[in-house]
Design a binder for this molecule. Structure first.
Ligand code: 13P
Ligand code: SF4
Length: 313
């Protein structure tokens, strides 16, 4: 069944000149069939440069929107349209607009995990790969609003010495890791390094040996001489980590609630191989972005890509 689906996906993507882009948090089968697997920044960079007619974005809704905003002439599909994001949901555009109006004179920086409508209110978009460099590219006395992830914002404030005004949003996956259970894992595996995504709370980042985006965590583990790692980000990343480092041991950081698989993002996992096949076959569900919103939202994303390019990111 799986083999047949993969063959069909392969045929369809060639026939339709489609490219399949997948985020590291997608299920392993999707990562294995994708033309490219990457973090949020890399997915946007691919979406901007691909010559394919169709982009199938195996990730969540805001990733599909970002691809469509950057490549309006292409058709963009996502295997399950209801694959949302708790972080993007924590920042509704009308409330963010009011927050901006209540704090005039601020440059608005938004994490890529936002709706197109929020991006349209933004001056520069960032991802966890480039947030530090983008903030540092602004004059030291520039007043900045940063949304929606308060943990990433707090981490960047500490790194850069800035005092950005933070929106009070979190990702439900990264906010629920258990410090106590991570520390007891570390006792069991004293050699293991703790790797954490900056969407995690400060108390967890304080015990981490490396903090970075999904691609940075992957690169760090691959370069490291150590053999064991406790990984505090969505568990899908372990697939590429293990693939690139078959001799190393990767332990997913446990959630507070020992009875749930809360270190998996259920939005990301809504996409399946079968839905990917159906999406290519039926050319739906499709991502659409209102043109007036798109024209405003593309500017802060292009600004992000331009600054990232300058820093070789
Ligand atoms: P990155 O892949 O940019 O590290 O982002 C993680 C994330 O939460 C995506 O939803
Ligand atoms: Fe959104 Fe968190 Fe899922 Fe990433 S892991 S898509 S930030 S809910």
């Amino acid at each position: 069944m799986k083999k047949k689906l993969i063959e069909q996906i392969d045929l369809l993507r060639k026939e339709k000149n489609a490219i399949i882009l997948a985020h590291y948090y997608q299920e392993s089968d999707i990562q294995d069939v994708a033309d490219f697997v990457g973090d949020s920044l890399a997915l946007a960079q691919w979406a901007a440069k691909t010559t394919a007619n169709i982009i199938v974005l195996c990730g969540v809704h805001f990733m599909g929107e970002t691809a469509k905003i950057l490549s309006p002439g292409k058709r963009v599909f996502i295997p399950d349209l209801s694959a949302g994001c708790s972080l993007a949901d924590s920042c509704p555009a009308p409330e963010f607009e009011k927050f901006i109006a209540d704090h005039p004179g601020h440059t608005v920086i938004s994490y890529v995990n936002t709706t197109a409508a929020v991006k349209a209110l933004t001056d520069i978009v960032v991802t966890s790969t480039n947030a530090r460099q983008i903030v540092e590219s602004l004059p030291e006395d520039e007043k900045i609003i940063f949304g929606p992830d308060k943990h990433l914002g707090d981490y960047i404030n500490k790194l850069t010495g800035r005092d950005m005004l933070l929106w009070d949003g979190v990702c439900h996956v990264h906010a629920q890791f258990s410090l106590e259970r991570i520390l007891s894992l570390k006792k069991e595996h004293p050699e293991a390094l703790i790797l954490a995504h900056p969407e995690c709370p400060a108390y967890l980042l304080e015990v981490a040996d490396h903090i970075g985006s999904t691609s940075s965590i992957l690169k760090f583990a691959t370069k490291s001489d150590r053999k064991q790692f406790i990984v505090a980000t969505e568990a899908g990343i372990l697939h590429q980590m293990q693939k690139e480092n078959p001799d190393k041991v990767f332990i997913p950081a446990p959630p507070e609630d020992a009875t749930c698989a809360c270190n998996e993002c259920f939005y990301m996992k809504m996409n399946t191989l079968e839905k990917l096949y159906l999406c290519l076959k039926n050319e739906q569900p499709e991502i659409f972005v209102d043109e007036q919103v798109r024209v405003k939202a593309v500017k802060p994303i292009e600004r992000m890509l331009e600054i990232s390019n300058r820093f070789g990111l």
